[in-house]
Design a protein around this ligand. Structure first.
Ligand SMILES: NC(=O)c1ccc[n+]([C@@H]2O[C@H](COP(=O)([O-])OP(=O)(O)OC[C@H]3O[C@@H](n4cnc5c(N)ncnc54)[C@H](OP(=O)(O)O)[C@@H]3O)[C@@H](O)[C@H]2O)c1
Length: 257
């Protein structure tokens, strides 16, 4: 049956792929990101290819009022959102290298608060209608501590915890919530973060394509799986990363030893 999906971060990468796969299933779309012209390009091509209704809404999700404004706009257009894909995200600043607090606060707003705020507004109507699918795009980086920028991984770990709790809370309501945890994925993410040198230095087997990741995410939420680690390699690594025996290894890798 035809549904409507709202996808954040739909101007590039995984967000575009979510739009492609959901449009191919015949669903109408609401695409959200900051770059309106990119969203409009995606909207035009998907509406032409699949005959679905695609609307675009420009929003900066690091602005605390954005989720509320989006919800109001969706309501004023008389739309019922059945799929909520909280996908927008960025690599963010390093906690110590970036000296100002404002960019750090905006990053945390984008990565955690905006997702929670979107769930706060969009899930209750799903629960009332008895159907909803919520995918919170987390990361394999949220499954283990690393001596990295200090809050990208933790912000993604929050999304895992949030999704797991939502999945429990929503049991029996017809609304499913899943955290999708991809490993390294070919998108614009690393270029946008100035991380191309790191990307080029990593072996190819660590990288997955957006199509595989999104297919895994949509399948998982359909099945009501609260945590989906995407990609065979990362699924194999995940139980090791969760093991207590992995902690000493992480410690040994940390600077200062
Ligand atoms: N690529 C990977 O290796 C990887 C691995 C694990 C998890 N992830 C996660 O996957 C999600 C999608 O990333 P991607 O890899 O597809 O990266 P991407 O190609 O750089 O796309 C990021 C998307 O997020 C949007 N976005 C960024 N900041 C925003 C803001 N303040 N407000 C609204 N939209 C914003 C961007 O749109 P605008 O610039 O137009 O706003 C863009 O559409 C992210 O949450 C990321 O953390 C990625």
């Amino acid at each position: 049956m035809k549904k409507t999906a709202l996808i954040t971060g739909a101007s590039a990468g995984l967000g575009v792929e979510f739009a492609v796969q959901l449009a191919a299933q015949g669903h109408d779309l609401v695409l959200v990101a900051r770059r309106k012209e990119k969203l409009d390009e995606v909207a035009k091509s998907l509406a032409e290819a699949h005959g679905v209704d695609v609307r675009t809404m420009s929003a900066d999700l690091s602005d605390p009022s954005a989720p509320e404004d989006l919800f109001a706009q969706v309501q004023s257009e008389g739309l019922a959102i059945d799929y909520l894909i909280n996908n927008a995200g960025s690599a963010g600043p390093s906690l110590f290298e970036e000296k100002d607090w404002a960019p750090q606060a905006k990053f945390l707003e984008l990565m955690m608060t905006s997702v929670t705020h979107m769930c706060h507004h969009f899930i209750p109507p799903m629960r009332e209608r008895g159907f909803g699918r919520v995918v919170n795009v987390s990361s394999f980086a949220g499954r283990l501590a690393r001596p990295a920028g200090a809050h990208y991984g933790p912000s993604k770990a929050y999304l895992v915890a949030l999704s797991e709790e939502l999945a429990l809370l929503l049991r029996g309501t017809g609304v499913h919530a899943s955290a999708l945890c991809p490993g390294f994925t070919h998108t614009d993410f690393h270029e946008a973060a100035g991380m191309m040198e790191m990307k080029n230095s990593l072996p190819g087997f660590l990288w997955y394509d957006a199509e595989t990741v999104v297919r895994d995410g949509l399948r998982a939420v359909e099945r009501g799986k609260p945590i989906m680690v995407s990609g065979r390699l990362y699924r194999w690594l995940d139980p090791i990363a969760q093991s207590v025996f992995f902690r000493p290894l992480i410690k040994a890798m940390a600077p200062g030893r």
